[in-house]
Design a protein around this ligand. Structure first.
Ligand SMILES: [Mn+2]
Length: 312
């Protein structure tokens, strides 16, 4: 049976997961984000064994998500985002193979799952995902890093992360193919050119962010036109002495693409909290303890920030 991979387009973890699947199964792939995941899954021929990585379901799309995945000959779903007990049961009873662990990143889970089919060196892709998802203190990451030139791996992970920021799908797809062929990020010319150009953009963002941001009592926020809203949120955490920062971008006129980051001073699980706030505002969202995202109506951004400010 032929395989087909769908992975998260947004970050290094998603792209590295895709590269690991493509390299081990020699299959086609597509990249998807939370706002088009159902359409992308639906576009793959049903006779394939579909392998889905690093892109989770959420309460809003869950039913359709499980139904779609179970319409394939076979489906493997590899993820590290939080999944509730009910969803887990639903996935299992639909015959979908679930590879899930919230203590490792998706590319690490993908690497461990397909390890036997991968050549030596590909474990570095799992580390890039772990480092950029802030999960390189996990059991497997630590074990693999012990046998590596740490600075070289950190450099490649960081290079990759900067290179894909603010870049279009086509660029990301090419990067996945090159990583799957065994190239390291620093061996791909377009990757380092893109990384350097993004760093220059970031320099300007650092200058501007203080002027264009505000703070509630425990939440700092800013609107941005950069795709890398997560990076802007991190810059805000550095500026304001608050536990949570939010950066958002206007999309398609009426929507806002939102990233949230927190410090250890935050009293709640950011992903779960924003998931329920976004749902209550007719949007969707989720993520990790200290890094999360959501998509809500642009006009509701202030309401979301105020609700968040009361609980974090
Ligand atoms: Mn991830």
């Amino acid at each position: 049976m032929e395989y087909y991979c769908i992975s998260h387009s947004k970050d290094v973890d998603g792209l590295c997961s895709a590269a690991l699947v493509v390299s081990s199964l020699k299959c086609g792939f597509k990249l998807a984000s939370y706002d088009n995941i159902l359409e992308v899954i639906d576009s793959v021929p049903r006779e394939k064994h579909i392998v889905l990585c690093d892109i989770g379901t959420n309460t809003k799309i869950e039913e359709k998500f499980v139904e779609l995945l179970s319409s394939f000959s076979e489906a493997t779903y590899i993820d590290h985002h939080y999944i509730g007990e009910e969803t887990r049961k639903r996935i299992a009873s639909a015959g979908i193979k679930l590879v899930h662990d919230t203590s490792e990143c998706a590319s690490m889970l993908t690497y461990l799952h397909f390890k036997d089919k991968l050549q030596t060196g590909f474990e570095e892709l799992a580390l890039y995902g772990a480092i950029t998802d802030y999960m390189d203190n996990s059991k497997n990451s630590v074990m693999i890093m012990e046998r590596k030139d740490r600075h070289r791996v950190l450099f490649d992970a960081t290079l990759l992360s900067h290179a894909i920021s603010n870049r279009e799908m086509n660029f990301r797809r090419k990067v996945v193919s090159q990583l799957a062929s065994g190239k390291k990020p620093h061996q791909i010319r377009s990757v380092w050119l893109s990384a350097m150009s993004y760093l220059r953009t970031l320099d300007r963002v650092y200058q501007k962010v203080r002027e264009n941001s505000s703070v509630l009592s425990r939440v700092a926020y800013a609107e941005t036109n950069l795709d890398a809203t997560g990076n802007v949120a991190k810059i805000l955490l550095g500026y304001y002495n608050v536990p949570v920062a939010v950066a958002y971008k206007k999309e398609d006129g009426e929507w806002a693409e939102v990233s949230l980051r927190s410090t250890s001073g935050c009293r709640v699980h950011l992903g779960k909290t924003i998931g329920s706030i976004a749902l209550s505002l007719g949007g969707s969202g989720g993520g990790h303890e200290r890094a999360a995202g959501c998509r809500i109506k642009y006009k509701d951004v202030m309401k979301m920030l105020e609700q968040l400010d009361r609980v974090v």
